[in-house]
Design a protein around this ligand. Structure first.
Ligand code: FES
Length: 81
């Protein structure tokens, strides 16, 4: 199981958390990964202030992802992992 944690704290929210979650949900549907990927909204990861939304895969370090990068991020971290 791959856990995708998307920050829904206020700084990330204004940078597009909601759209990011929608995009990931859509990709999970498209690739029929319901059994393999769990998507969660989480509170501030303490790394706001940079470009993009904080996203953490499993217990890894948070990474900054812009809504435009969401599909390529998913491809790299989930589909090709
Ligand atoms: S609000 Fe997202 S890391 Fe702080």
């Amino acid at each position: 199981m791959i856990n995708i944690n998307v920050c829904i704290g206020s700084a990330c929210h204004v940078k597009g958390s909601y759209n990011m979650i929608s995009t990931f949900q859509q990709l999970i549907e498209e690739h029929q990964l319901h059994d393999q990927v769990e998507l969660r909204g989480v509170f501030c990861m303490g790394c706001c202030g940079q470009e993009g939304v904080s996203v953490r895969i499993g217990e890894g370090s948070p990474e900054k992802v812009t809504p435009i990068q969401a599909r390529s991020f998913f491809k790299e971290k989930v589909l090709e992992s």
